[in-house]
Design a protein around this ligand. Structure first.
Ligand SMILES: Nc1nc2c([nH]c(=O)n2[C@@H]2O[C@H](COP(=O)(O)OP(=O)(O)OP(=O)(O)O)[C@@H](O)[C@H]2O)c(=O)[nH]1
Length: 176
């Protein structure tokens, strides 16, 4: 799937063009990164992607784990709760990193990406997702449209040249 950006505007996914402006749903998203023995992130550090569970919009697409903020929650609180609920880990500090709005046909979301370097606990895919530690270029596919800019930001930070992921080979997603 291809998507287009607008100047200072949201990433607009095909099918969402021309829709009335909607209030964004805020989503906390964790970019879990493995650091080396010196505690540094480097160009080859692996990051975690998870596949979206069956029954959700974009089921099977790969994304960074996270979920919607509940009433009264901060981004960090929501991320802490979501990662415990969905993948079974307790995170340490969440470092606010980048934000982007994405206009999907089903909703407009504002994605608050946080880098996370410390966590405890065993990974448990509690929604029957799949997890994959990845480097650039990402090998799993298809990647969620809202994940593509994040891969680009990582590529810029890491001096990665070339593609960041494979283009999806399947047709449009089944809503769930
Ligand atoms: N977790 C996550 N969501 C993302 C990313 N990129 C992106 O566009 N999204 C969008 O953000 C929204 C997150 O919703 P979700 O369904 O995962 O959240 P949730 O677990 O709280 O949902 P639910 O409890 O209502 O089922 C979806 O519309 C999803 O398509 C990403 O990298 N990670």
């Amino acid at each position: 799937m291809t998507a287009s950006t607008q100047d200072d505007g949201p990433l607009v996914v095909p099918g969402a063009e021309g829709l009335p402006v909607r209030e964004p749903v805020h989503v906390a998203v964790g970019v879990l990164i493995e650091r080396d023995a010196d505690g540094h992130e480097h160009a080859d550090s692996r990051f975690l992607l998870t596949s979206r569970p069956a029954g959700k919009v974009y089921a099977g697409y790969w994304e960074f784990p996270g979920g919607k903020l509940e009433a009264g929650e901060s981004v960090e609180q929501a991320l802490r709760r979501e990662l415990q609920e969905e993948i079974g880990i307790h995170i340490g500090a969440a470092h606010a990193w980048r934000e982007i709005e994405v206009d999907y046909p089903h909703a407009r979301v504002r994605l608050h990406f946080c880098k996370v370097f410390d966590w405890t606990g065993e990974f448990q895919m509690r929604e029957a997702q799949t997890m994959a530690w990845q480097r650039l270029p990402v090998e799993v596919e298809p990647v969620l449209p809202g994940t593509v800019p994040v891969l680009q930001w990582l590529a810029e930070e890491r001096g990665h040249q070339g593609v960041t992921h494979r283009q999806p080979s399947a047709g449009p997603p089944q809503a769930g």
